[in-house]
Ligand binder design. Structure first.
Ligand SMILES: CC(C)(COP(=O)(O)OP(=O)(O)OC[C@H]1O[C@@H](n2cnc3c(N)ncnc32)[C@H](O)[C@@H]1OP(=O)(O)O)[C@@H](O)C(=O)NCCC(=O)NCCS
Length: 258
């Protein structure tokens, strides 16, 4: 757990968080059935690296547009495996059909909290929901939501209070799933190879001293493809919170934060 900034900073909380993580780890492997298919969710270790890389390649080769999903190289994935509970997988029989990766970015410049102008103290206490992918034959079973919820539980039990992830405006399915897990769109900026990305944020506030923002009733729906319009709304203090479909197009609904 070398990368866990919270434990380094707040030594007295370490034992409590270790116990919390242990309790969560005891819930796995977890079996469940979706539309008659038996599956198992479990934490993966490095011996699953080649299976994960193969699934990632398959997912990338079937993307409708390449910029929807940024793959990670094997060295990067191998580093991720060094931190316990960072990779969750769903298996159908022996076959890996979905995975979720979390990452602790520390205060590095790739910390997504930097894009949201979070304070240094908050950056140390921030984790990324880094990537989720589902085998094309296993889509529509709600596995992204299931994996995201499970990994969010791991992060909450570890004491993380800020969680971020990125989603392409061309990926309304993923956007919808993450918003339904409590994330909100807080920024829309060019990332990686200049590809547009929403920066999603979810706060896990334990402390009553952190004032909660209220969402006003003032709601605006705008096409996900309208980059400038959305950036303008965000600049004015709006946050995206739900996706709607009109014909073939997807709208993101924003509310002003007060
Ligand atoms: C985005 C992704 C993870 C969602 O997978 P998922 O958990 O299976 O998604 P869901 O179960 O919510 O299904 C999404 C919708 O697709 C529909 N769907 C059904 N069968 C489907 C199929 N064979 N292929 C695609 N979508 C299907 C579902 O009905 C569902 O619609 P609904 O919400 O109206 O029911 C998956 O599409 C994927 O791996 N995409 C490529 C990688 C990616 O984009 N990752 C996320 C990066 S942020």
């Amino acid at each position: 757990m070398a990368e866990n900034g919270v434990w380094k900073e707040k030594g007295h909380c370490r034992q409590e968080h270790l116990t919390g993580q242990k309790k969560i780890a005891n819930l796995y492997p977890r079996s469940f059935v979706r539309r008659g298919k038996s599956m198992e969710m479990r934490f993966l270790v490095e011996s699953s690296l080649s299976d994960l890389a193969a699934l990632q390649s398959l997912v990338v080769s079937t993307l409708p547009e390449v910029e929807i999903f940024m793959p990670h190289d094997e060295e990067y994935l191998s580093r991720i495996f060094q931190t316990e509970h960072s990779v969750l997988g769903v298996l159908a029989g022996e076959k890996l059909v979905a995975y979720s990766i979390i990452r602790y970015p520390g205060t590095g410049k790739d910390n997504l909290g930097q894009d949201l102008n979070l304070a240094e103290e908050d950056l140390k206490n921030l984790a990324h929901l880094q990537a989720i992918a589902v085998h094309p034959h296993f889509r529509g079973y709600g596995l992204q939501r299931e994996l995201a919820a499970a990994h969010l539980q791991v992060l909450e039990s570890s004491g993380y209070e800020h969680i971020c992830c990125t989603v392409s405006p061309k990926n309304p399915v993923s956007l919808n799933n993450l918003l339904s897990c409590g994330f909100r769109v807080r920024a829309l900026i060019p990332k990686f190879a200049g590809w547009w990305r929403y920066i999603l944020y979810k706060g896990v506030s334990r402390s009553s001293d952190r004032p909660k923002k209220a969402e006003s009733e003032d709601e605006i729906g705008i096409a996900c493809s309208n980059i400038d319009g959305q950036r303008e709304l965000i600049r004015k203090g709006y946050e995206g919170y739900s996706v709607g479909k009109t014909g073939e197009n997807f709208d993101l609904f924003y509310r002003k934060m007060e």
